[in-house]
Design a protein around this ligand. Structure first.
Ligand SMILES: C[S@@+](CC[C@H](N)C(=O)[O-])C[C@H]1O[C@@H](n2cnc3c(N)ncnc32)[C@H](O)[C@@H]1O
Length: 221
């Protein structure tokens, strides 16, 4: 079975989890791996979440150094089996089956994420971003994508309880994007066209130094 056939078959079984009708195009893969910047003299740790049949994984491994490591976490057992076959001889890769929410994460320089967030509820989206942003080393980046027009489509098609759930999920996603995005790029050469978001953690604002601070205005004990 070809990679595309396997992808389509799994999509037909579970649209919400797979979230795409075809693997990412080469342009989308390039954009998603843009911040995998080599760091001479230091090994890099990379995490890919939702690698599917491995379209983006090929790009990541293509620029992985001998001492670098790549963790893959994939919910779909058939995709995970395919990846284990493909990378059986590469000791830099560790493939874990299951939901990202169920795994303990290490710390990473780069995280590339293929999850279909437009299909997730607010709590799931928030939980996953907390984990991913929290797993980044200082200076690390998280890149993920959504489809152009995907949000509008979800908003239009959802009704009843599903509409509430969708709107809440999209609201959380928008808030996370506003807070953490340092670059967004549109990739027209993908089916459908996609938007890639590059995020970085925001450190808590430092406490202002209290020079000559007084207790003015503080309620007395
Ligand atoms: C849109 S596909 C992306 C596949 C691949 N990265 C690509 O770009 O072609 C989403 C993938 O995420 C996986 N997935 C969905 N929810 C997940 C979760 N909570 N944890 C890990 N993987 C998940 C699906 O099984 C699917 O392989």
């Amino acid at each position: 079975m070809t990679e595309v056939t396997l992808f389509l078959r799994e999509y037909a079984k579970s649209r919400r989890d797979v979230g795409a009708i075809a693997p990412s195009s080469s342009r989308l893969c390039r954009a998603l791996t843009r911040y995998m910047i080599p760091n001479p003299g230091r090994s890099r740790a990379v995490l890919e979440v939702g690698p599917g049949t491995g379209a983006v994984t090929r790009y990541i491994t293509g620029s992985l150094g001998g001492q670098d490591t790549l963790d893959l976490i994939e919910a779909n057992p058939r995709f995970a089996t395919l990846l284990r076959h493909t990378y059986a001889d590469d000791p830099r890769l560790r493939i874990r089956t299951g939901l990202i929410q169920e795994h303990e994460l290490g710390s990473y320089d780069t995280i590339v994420c293929g999850l279909p967030f437009a299909n997730f509820d607010a709590r799931t989206t928030e939980d996953i971003f907390d984990r991913l942003l929290g797993a980044l080393r200082p200076g690390g980046t998280l890149s993920f994508f959504g489809y152009v027009g995907g949000e509008t489509l979800r908003r239009t098609l959802a009704d009843g309880d599903d509409r509430e759930r969708t709107l809440a999920g999209l609201g959380v996603l928008r808030r996370i994007l506003r807070r953490h995005t340092f670059r967004t790029e549109t990739v027209l050469g993908n089916l459908p066209p996609a938007r890639v978001h590059h995020l970085a953690p925001i450190s808590a604002p430092a406490q202002p130094e209290r020079v000559g601070a007084c207790d003015c205005g503080k309620p007395s004990p």
